[in-house]
Design a protein around this ligand. Structure first.
Ligand code: GLP
Length: 249
């Protein structure tokens, strides 16, 4: 069930290669993108590989999973800023086709509805990158989020705010709400590449392994997905039984 790599860097190389191959075979692909420290080496490796191979990314469309409410796209802790910093500014993405939820929408309900609709209008997501929170959240879909949800506003769990607080100067600055793609939007991606690295993810990997497909463990929804890869490193796999792991050297 879990593909276990030695190091995050080996995961970055593997995932980058998958992305490059997808884009070569489908230059108009629609990517579902994620943020978080897990994705940093993946984007760094992908940028290097894409440059080295002269990959054309200008025809891609991308949809990010989520954004904090209350942060402008220029705020250094916004996911807009993250994406520009780690990916979009380094390659010739067509920025008008790199979509993220707007952290300062005029009409938040309409904005959420339009975001899911736009994903459908572009033909759905070909490959969705996913990280995971320590409580099993994907995107910002916290435990208990219905599996049939579309893009919506979330009140962030206190644990999630504490986990993500490391990027902010103080806890007061961590937004209380976010907009996230819904569980159903994620489930409809044709291919999902789930990544977890580091010892801080070991407990949630065990929880995920032991969980039934259950809305209280959002990442468990992926167990029912026909084309989801669970890619983790040795540290994240530390509590898993060997029988659940396929070790990649
Ligand atoms: C945030 C994001 C998630 C991400 C998670 C884990 O909550 N909304 O999409 O998976 O952080 O982040 P990290 O990779 O930094 O552990």
């Amino acid at each position: 069930m879990f593909l276990v790599f030695q190091e995050p860097q080996a995961i970055a190389q593997y995932v980058s290669e998958r992305l490059v191959n997808l884009i070569k075979s489908k230059p108009h692909a629609v990517l579902g993108l994620a943020t978080g420290s897990t994705m940093e080496p993946v984007y760094q490796q992908f940028c290097a590989d894409a440059k080295e191979q002269g990959l054309d990314v200008s025809q891609l469309t991308s949809f990010n999973l989520d954004e904090y409410i209350g942060l402008s796209y220029e705020h250094p802790q916004s996911y807009h800023y993250y994406m520009n910093h780690y990916l979009f500014d380094h390659l010739s993405f067509a920025k008008q086709k790199t979509f993220l939820p707007d952290g300062l929408p005029e009409n938040v309900e309409a904005h959420c509805q339009q975001y899911s609709q736009k994903i459908a209008d572009y033909g759905g997501i070909d490959l969705q990158l996913l990280g995971v929170g320590s409580n099993g959240h994907i995107g910002f879909n916290e435990p208990g989020t219905p599996f049939n949800s579309r893009t919506h506003v979330v009140a962030l769990c206190e644990n999630t705010r504490i986990d993500n607080g490391r990027f902010f100067e103080s806890m007061d600055e961590v937004p209380a709400h976010a907009i996230t793609m819904g569980m159903q939007d994620i489930a409809e991606a044709k291919q999902i590449v789930f990544i977890a690295t580091g010892d801080k993810k070991a407990q949630v990997m065990l929880d995920l392994y032991e969980s039934e497909v259950d809305e209280q463990m959002p990442a468990s929804m992926l167990k029912d997905h026909p084309n989801a890869l669970f890619i983790i490193d040795k540290k994240a796999a530390a509590l898993l039984p060997a029988a659940a792991c396929e070790f990649i050297d």
